[in-house]
Design a protein around this ligand. Sequence first.
Ligand code: SF4
Length: 249
Amino acid sequence: MCAAFSPEEDSLFEKTGVAVLKRLRKTRNPADLLAAVASAHKEFERAFASAAPEAKAVVACRAGCDACCHVPVGVQAHEVLIAAAHVQTHFSPTQLDELIARTAVHRAAFMGRSNVERTALKTPCALLAEGSCSIYSARPEACRSHHSHNAESCRTNLQNGNEALDVYIPGVRGRMFAVMLAIDQAVVEAGFDGQAYDFGSALHEALTSSLCAVRWVQRQSAFPDACREASEADDEEDSGVLHPEGYFR
Ligand code: SF4
């Protein structure tokens, strides 16, 4: 499946993805599926717990280290709706108003910019509060799957505007990726929105328009094109869109 993995890691990738997909395939009702996906997010913790001890031992991520929260976060619609529901349940009216204001600033800053330009802005995520994630239990899949073996490299990458490809831990990354891809495949197989969105922009839309959830339930594009993840000049036309044929059988 992935040239960076050993045969053993490839096998675990496949097993993890197939197991998650099998459980999610049992659900098709929109409300149930969103709840099942939120529950499947716990699979990231289980997948991490079952990674090899030597892979887990090199994880450098610590509370208060937030370099990875200053880059664009690409998500699918279901992740935004889960995060928005969490915010609407747990934030006070004042906190909600402040978050809407921050996501509006984020959205305006990202509007019309390429991914390289967005990364160069080093914009802190609107959910970042004093170095910690304020929606930790409802954070997007990209945030759950990220583990670094070198916090200093994360900071240097951020300063230089580089993608953090040199900090991945293959023995952890493969399992995390399998969970993420299986969840996204199940959602798309069920006919729901599989487009890639910018988290901050789409969250602003979700918090200011209840129509996003209605469109998702009706299996339409939940968010306007202005909230889409930015593509690069050499991307395929449908880059970022998940296809129903998926990764796992
Ligand atoms: S959602 Fe949370 S973990 Fe993800 S980038 Fe934002 S603050 Fe960081």
